[in-house]
Design a protein. Structure first.
Lengths: 284, 439
């Protein structure tokens, strides 16, 4: 009875997932994200600290010119699980690397004596500096498009990290017959509907017109550890950083989960044995 | 609660308390010695699972409420702050968000088990009605709760659902405005939804108490649907069912933990990681998976008011089921024809969920030939949901009453013990003539 019931339940679950999975695919008008492999994938996956450090550099030197990360603080970089965590400095506010990374950035503050707006070097407790003071300013500098906040970007897009990677590396010349408005770029991985800009034969190409110019280029970021400065490397690293930032507690979650799973499996086994023993003489 | 109490106060203190507030007697009779049919299968363990899920949701929810800020400018970030900066906030938030899905998964198994074994029939109609009220309160709670993180799907889901009330003639718009606390879903709406989200679970807990009370008057139904006739049909609830339910709960927790620890966002929508923006409408507004079948019924009807009525009717049909079912036999084990319709009905509900997840105009089959009939494309989810919704109502209002009158059930065992002790085929013929003693 148990075997039958469990098999049924598993079947039902599998069925509903395959159905819901189909839902996501059916409506897409963009290319499927590229198949990329990351160290943080899977139940035992962990972040490659060096990679996330390089990714921070890409964000800092390229992305942060237009994209904010409002949920991130410099201290996050040095917290447990963060790219610059140092076991010597359990309190990330004391971590010298984090302090110096923050120190490189000038933030606005109020002078407590005069009330004037002043500039001072950031400290680990400060939020990541946003490139624009407000949304209209961000739009005005980007041809009317709003660069999205990147704090949870890999969670906020279907396809997650693979999607962001595909978008960053997927810029292509528009196919003949596609005329995009000025300031728009063709990207087959970006969701959208290109039929109004399409004058070629057949269906409009997959993808969309994105307001962001191709942000990465070979040699754009020089990595401190000598990693090759290719678009692929830059994209892989910055996506790893963004994935970490989207859920800084992900490693802790998986680690805790392993313990919980082992506990539950043993507990279930014990309960099953007790149940069998207890019911041995009951006809049912 | 019913029948003879076997509790004997031992110490002086227990005797003193028993003559003033017999709470120990109550506990003993309810969860220790309560006579429970010995043939309950694993489908019966979901009652205990649901009680645990309600407890988990209330406790985790109370902790979350200590850190959450119900304000349109801060709600989204406060949830993220819980996941990032609150000690074990990621765990509590993950348990609460995925707990809602697990709660609904368990309640659906519980409801479908009821349908299969005819547990809603006399003398358990009040028990069934209370269960329906719990389910209705759960839908409300889940809806209010989904609005709180103030993501894109939270906001636009709230707009779609609250606008449904506007479909009511004459008073609709006034009620919607009153509910919103303004002329759009905004800060007052979020505040009152938070307040109601905190209130409803305690109402659920109250109705659960009544539900258990109503269960303990007639006692549990069982897979044969035959009434308990003697003490040899039952075992005391503790330790027999505390251990069996405990095992099932533990297995269920493994599934729950898989989502919390390894797939925390699998059941959610990516759009809800984008802060609510009233000016940008997501391409597809869909509710959480557990409400998709009703959403499909709503969209199956072209007229908004009629759609709302159909959706309400779908839930109302569940309420009146005990009076639609004319069969004298409870368990579908002995109703082979009805059992077939039952499995089609289960499939139908899954199909409705599938329809709710898709755009109405999406093709069901990826073929280029459109099945055009007049101006309707039959190869679309809206038409599939129409057919499925029709079967949903036909099952309740036509098949259920008719089958009870026309079908010939298989022989029903005279007692719970007989099908266990002897092969079902060996049970005395003619048992179907008096399958059970009512009430």
């Amino acid at each position: 009875m148990l075997r039958k019931s469990l098999a049924l339940a598993a079947l039902g679950l599998a069925l509903s997932f395959s159905l819901l999975g189909g839902a996501a695919l059916a409506a897409s008008t963009q290319e499927e994200p590229k198949d990329v492999h990351w160290s943080f994938e899977g139940p035992f996956g962990k972040f490659d600290k060096a990679q996330v450090q390089r990714g921070y550099k890409v964000y800092r030197e390229v992305c942060s010119a237009c994209h904010s990360m409002d949920l991130m603080y410099y201290r996050n970089l040095g917290q447990k699980g963060g790219p610059f965590f140092d076991p010597k400095y359990q309190n990330p506010n004391e971590n010298p690397v984090v302090k110096s990374l923050a120190h490189d950035i000038q933030v606005k503050d109020i002078d407590q004596d005069t009330g004037d707006v002043i500039s001072r070097p950031a400290i680990p407790a400060d939020k990541f500096l946003a490139p624009f003071p407000n949304e209209p300013a961000a739009r005005a500098s980007n041809g009317g498009a709003l660069p999205p906040d990147l704090s949870v970007i890999t969670r906020a897009r279907e396809g997650g990290a693979a999607y962001v990677y595909s978008l960053l590396t997927g810029f292509a010349n528009p196919p003949a017959g596609l005329t995009l408005p000025p300031g728009k770029y063709y990207n087959p991985y970006f969701p959208g509907d290109l039929s109004s800009s399409w004058h070629g034969k057949g269906d409009a190409p997959k993808g969309g017109a994105i307001g962001m110019p191709p942000p990465l280029a070979d040699g754009k970021v020089t990595f401190d550890d000598g990693s090759p400065s290719t678009v692929k490397q830059e994209a892989t690293d910055v996506v790893a950083f963004l994935e970490w930032a989207s859920e800084p507690r992900a490693e802790e979650r998986k680690q805790f989960g392993l313990g919980a799973m082992i506990y539950l499996l043993i507990f279930s086994g014990l309960l099953y044995a007790s149940y069998k023993k207890l019911w041995k003489n009951i006809e049912h | 609660m019913s029948g003879h109490s076997t509790y004997e106060p031992k110490s002086g203190l227990e005797k003193w308390l028993d003559s003033r507030l017999p709470i120990l007697r109550f506990t003993n009779d309810t969860i220790i010695t309560f006579p429970t049919p010995k043939n309950l299968n694993y489908w019966w363990t979901f009652g205990g699972i649901l009680a645990l899920m309600l407890g988990i949701q209330i406790v985790s929810g109370i902790v979350l409420a200590m850190h959450y800020v119900p304000h349109v400018d801060m709600a989204f970030n406060s949830v993220q702050r819980i996941k990032r900066d609150v000690n074990f906030g990621w765990l509590i938030q993950g348990m609460h968000a995925n707990g809602a899905s697990m709660f609904f998964l368990a309640v659906y198994v519980h409801i479908f088990r009821n349908l299969y074994y005819g547990s809603y029939k006399a003398p358990r109609e009040v028990l069934w009605l209370l269960g329906c009220v719990i389910y209705l309160l759960m839908i409300g709670t889940a809806f209010f709760g989904y609005v709180l993180p103030w993501g894109q799907m939270s906001f636009h889901g709230a707009v779609v659902i609250t606008n449904l009330i506007g479909a009511l003639p004459v008073v609709g718009h006034s009620i919607t405005t009153w509910l919103w606390g303004g002329f759009a879903v905004d800060d007052p709406t979020l505040n009152r939804f938070f307040s109601l989200h905190y209130l409803l679970p305690f109402m659920i807990a109250g109705v659960v108490a009544l539900h258990i009370w109503a269960l303990h008057v007639p006692g549990n139904n069982n897979p044969t649907g035959v009434n308990v006739t003697s003490a040899s049909d039952t075992v005391p609830f503790h330790p027999y069912y505390t251990v069996k339910d405990g095992f099932a709960i533990s297995v269920f927790l493994i599934l729950y933990a898989t989502f919390v620890f390894y797939l925390p966002d699998a059941l959610g929508d990516a759009a809800n990681y984008i802060k609510a923006n009233p000016l940008v409408t997501p391409q597809h507004i869909v509710p959480e998976w557990y409400l998709l079948p009703f959403y499909a019924i709503l969209r199956a009807v072209p007229n908004k008011l009629m759609g709302v009525i159909a959706m309400g009717g779908a839930i109302a049909s569940i309420f009146v089921l005990p009076w639609l079912d004319t069969s004298k036999v409870r368990s579908m084990r002995y109703r082979p024809t009805m059992r077939l319709y039952y499995f089609i009905f289960v499939l139908d509900c899954i199909v409705l969920g599938f329809c709710g997840a898709h755009s109405p105009d999406d093709p069901v089959f990826p073929i280029s030939v459109s099945l055009q009939l007049l101006d309707a494309n039959l190869n679309s989810f809206v038409w599939l949901s129409r057919i499925a919704a029709l079967f949903y109502f036909v099952y309740f209002w036509v098949i259920t009453p008719l089958m009870g009158l026309t079908e010939t059930p298989l022989p029903v065992p005279e007692t719970i013990s007989s099908p266990v002790l002897s092969h079902p085929a060996a049970t005395p013929a003619g048992a179907a003539a008096s399958p059970e003693k009512r009430g």
